[in-house]
Design a protein. Structure first.
Length: 443
């Protein structure tokens, strides 16, 4: 999907709204404050007509996947057929930049407030990581789109079994039994739409092509629409030199002990050679698959180890950090304190304006070491994998309207792709990688 023709008119149309950034955020917080019922920490609220919206989304996504298949090249179709996924592709995030092996290392000495599920001090998990473009289809990497990072922790049941009682190992999706813990991320802090109904309109407009997606944001509720347009444009226009060197966000909330939390991962590449290369590459012509080429260049040709810090942003206030509106970024650290103070100085007096909101903590590190990076169209293992935010321990249960919709949509799409039924296990290479990384100085 090429969003390029959309960008400049979009920026012009919305520049006035973007200029009001501060007041938009304040008004959103203000309007939430005056709503009748304030939910508790981690508490969900169903959206109006939610079941109908989810059914509609399933149909739209299936249609989208069938449209992609129609315009695929013979080589792409052959790849799908080799991967034994039937004649259906991922409806979005179709194109990968590489499926790589790595390790997930939980920090030592995690505070008690942060120990839950897979986050137990000192644990290490082998992992599969799939890097992707968010757009449907196999368009050139330089087309504006979101970028995805999906990670599947393996051996979770085996590793946690040593620490947790058997009955604490509850999986949200029973048929994924024993198949790890998935985390899915995109390269911007906020989801581009607020409600499932708007998401449906947005997806329908994407199908129409051209300028149509932007009409989603031409609505009477200008402030909300401007906030959505800003998140959308911010995500698709980000200049990405390498998928291994940026930040990614869960955007949506997940259960975290007595409340909710969002996750983010930030590249911790400290290699100066890598950064110097990037400065040079910024002005180079970018090929259609440059993101795969750079992934291979880093991990295979240069033998570098890619590194990400995994942080948890805990929910401290259900209004400032709402569960059901993923278009509102959960601020952390100083910004969060500021927002909370601004909010506290309003009508609700029960928040101490001086209270510190130290709600973000790095809890783990993801390392992706030197390895052969198979070209995506030759990699049938990767094509056959299915990542799903609901493939999770109950302790990390997905929350909120978008996550509730994803449960049905991803499952439906993965079933259409005839996802492999055999358990996904760590192989010998995974174990070697984990051993090697456990003793490396980056951990
Ligand atoms: C209602 C909201 C959403 C819908 C309907 C949706 C839909 C989809 C679908 C249909 C797929 C393909 C799944 C498959 O065939 O296995 C997918 C993949 C993906 N989604 Fe979403 N998505 C939503 C929100 C999000 C959010 C909030 C994130 C992360 C912040 C995200 C990240 C990803 C990633 C990284 C992939 C690629 C997974 C892989 O590599 O296999 N999505 N999404």
């Amino acid at each position: 999907m090429n969003y390029l023709p959309l960008i400049f008119p979009a920026i012009l149309s919305f520049s006035a709204c973007v200029a009001q950034r501060q007041s938009v955020a304040e008004t959103e917080i203000e309007s939430k404050k005056t709503s009748q019922v304030v939910p508790g920490l981690g508490e969900e609220t169903l959206e109006e007509d939610e079941a109908e919206s989810i059914q509609k989304l399933i149909e739209l996504v299936e249609f989208q996947a069938s449209q992609i298949y129609k315009v695929m090249t013979p080589a792409q179709k052959e790849h799908i057929s080799r991967s034994k996924t039937g004649d259906t592709v991922r409806a979005v995030h179709t194109k990968s930049h590489g499926c790589v092996k790595g390790g997930f290392f939980v920090n030592e000495n995690l505070p008690a407030d942060y120990q839950t599920g897979v986050f137990q001090s000192g644990l290490k998990f082998p992992a599969w990581i799939r890097l992707s473009n968010g757009a449907p289809g196999y368009g050139p990497d330089k087309d504006p789109t979101s970028r995805g990072f999906a990670i599947k922790l393996l051996n979770v049941e085996k590793i946690l079994g040593e620490r947790l009682q058997r009955d604490q190992l509850r999986w949200s999706l029973p048929r994924y039994q024993g198949q790890g813990q998935d985390f899915l991320f995109l390269n911007a802090p906020a989801f581009p739409v607020k409600t499932l109904k708007t998401y449906i309109t947005f997806t329908e407009n994407l199908e129409k092509g051209g300028m149509a997606p932007l009409t989603t944001f031409a609505r009477p509720d200008l402030r909300a629409a401007a906030s959505e347009a800003r998140a959308f444009l911010g995500m698709i226009t980000q200049n990405v030199e390498s998928p291994l060197e940026i930040s990614y966000f869960s955007q949506l909330p997940y259960q975290f002990k007595d409340r909710a939390a969002k996750y983010r991962i930030d590249s911790c590449a400290k290699n100066s050679k890598l950064k110097k290369n990037r400065r040079q590459q910024r002005n180079e012509k970018k090929g259609d698959d440059y993101l795969y080429e750079r992934t291979r260049n880093t991990l295979e040709d240069n033998g570098e180890t890619a590194c990400f810090d995994f942080s948890v942003i805990r929910q401290m206030d259900p209004v400032v950090q709402p569960i059901e509106d993923s278009n509102i970024e959960w601020l952390s650290d100083d910004k969060s304190i500021e927002a909370a103070q601004r909010y506290a100085s309003g009508k609700r007096k029960n928040i101490d304006p001086k209270k510190k909101f130290a709600n973000r903590l790095t809890v783990a590190r993801i390392l992706i070491p030197q390895q052969t990076v198979t070209a995506p169209l030759s990699d049938s293992t990767c094509e056959g994998l299915s990542f799903n935010s609901w493939n999770a321990l109950e302790e990390h249960k997905p929350l909120g309207n978008m996550n509730r919709a994803r449960k049905a949509v991803y499952d439906h799409n993965a079933n259409l792709r005839k996802r492999r039924e055999s358990p996904i296990v760590a192989d010998e290479e995974h174990h070697q990688i984990l051993q090697r990384l456990a003793t490396s100085d980056q951990n």
